[in-house]
Design a protein around this ligand. Structure first.
Ligand code: SF4
Length: 378
């Protein structure tokens, strides 16, 4: 059989690197990075090369299996057709709803479902049919503060400003490690080269992290910060920007309100106060605030380290406020809203918070989901 060439995207992480896959019949001959992919530019990591091993693994499940009890109490697995598998699942769901109501069904979505086009576009229809309030996902142990902030600040849970690193001058990063993650809520393949390019054109990457991460190793500056104190640092940066007259909303001014309320709210959060708790000196905090505000195109970005902690929502809110008060939202070289091929901002509702609560602990929902921490008890 003749060799065939397929152009695909790797869906194993958010970087969605372009791949060129050569096959001969069902056999994979090679998997390489696609040099013509405008985003990943030929980048590939060992995980994508190993897709071949998954594809050809003799132990891989290739059809549904039914678990059948044996007389000695153990189980065996028997292959069944897709029709039988789907009918079995559907009738068990219907039976549970009939006997105990819609909330007897629990749904959990793992991270890979977000990297799956079909799930992304059609999960809403499935949930509408199931009608259960018991929906859970990895969101509540990951990026929920981003969704809350986006809903409250920009009007939709999926309005994520994405760092435009390729055109930026100054990048302030807290609790993120894109060299390992490939840019969580960012999508940035080949990040190492992008950081090198930023520095080569005179730009700066400033990383705050309690750990000397792989990204911190490549940064222009790395400041160790005491875990869980990021909010004080960010609020102090904001304080300096307001107090030293560096706030400039620029193109955002005509439609942004409430800035004076924020300025008043952060008045007490001085660099001196932050220095006592963060381990970063007041002089350094003040200098970072000035450097950030005076650079032509700046980005403030924070990820897991500042999301999954006590002040996660406050951190993500404050990070975007810094971007807003320096006019760096939706500006080239700042943090920009995207133009996706399938726009989930148009296709989904804006989100909502605390419209119902979990039964046992009264924890609030977000976007019809309850915290995963409540899954077992619910
Ligand atoms: S970085 Fe690796 S795992 Fe992630 S999309 Fe690219 S090739 Fe796939």
């Amino acid at each position: 059989m003749a060799t065939q060439v397929h152009h695909r995207a790797c869906h194993l992480c958010e970087a969605i690197c372009g791949l060129v896959i050569e096959t001969d019949g069902t056999e994979v001959l090679s998997i390489k990075g696609d040099k013509n992919d405008p985003l990943s530019r030929g980048h590939i990591c060992p995980k994508a090369v190993a897709l071949q091993d998954i594809h050809q693994d003799p132990d891989r499940l290739r059809q549904p299996m039914k678990k059948i009890p044996k007389t000695d109490g153990s189980f065996r697995h028997e292959p069944i057709s897709w029709d039988e598998a789907l009918d079995t699942a559907a009738s068990a769901l219907a039976d549970s709803v009939e006997r105990y109501g819609v909330d007897s069904i629990g749904v959990y979505l793992g991270n890979p479902s977000i990297h799956n086009y079909g799930m992304m576009t059609h999960q809403g229809a499935l949930f509408k049919l199931l009608r259960t309030k018991n929906r859970f996902s990895a969101t509540s142990v990951d990026q929920l503060p981003h969704h809350l902030t986006s809903m409250w600040l920009f009007g939709h849970k999926l309005m994520f400003p994405i760092p435009d690193i390729d055109r930026s001058d100054y990048f302030l990063m807290l609790g993120g490690n894109p060299v390992a993650s490939n840019g969580s809520i960012w999508t940035v393949p080949d990040i190492k080269q992008r950081i090198k390019d930023l520095k080569a054109r005179g730009g700066k990457l400033v990383v705050l992290d309690p750990r000397r991460t792989e990204t911190a190793e490549m940064a222009s500056e790395h400041h160790f910060i005491k875990p869980g104190t990021d909010a004080l640092f960010i609020l102090a940066v904001m304080n300096v920007i307001f107090q030293d007259g560096l706030a400039d909303l620029d193109h955002l001014a005509p439609f942004t309100d409430g800035v004076e309320i924020v300025a008043e709210a952060v008045r007490a959060f001085t660099p001196e106060l932050a220095a006592q708790h963060t381990g970063i000196s007041a002089a350094t905090i003040t200098r970072i605030a000035h450097d950030f505000a005076k650079a032509e195109k700046s980005i403030c970005y924070g990820r897991m380290g500042v999301s999954v902690q006590r002040y996660g929502a406050l951190n993500q809110w404050a990070i975007q406020i810094i971007n807003i008060i320096t006019g760096n939202i939706d500006r080239v070289g700042g943090s920009m809203f995207t133009l996706p091929a399938v726009d989930q901002v148009r296709n989904t509702g804006p989100g909502g918070f605390a419209r119902h609560h979990s039964r046992k602990r009264g924890l609030p929902e977000f976007d019809r989901e309850l915290p995963s921490a409540a899954l077992a008890e619910e």
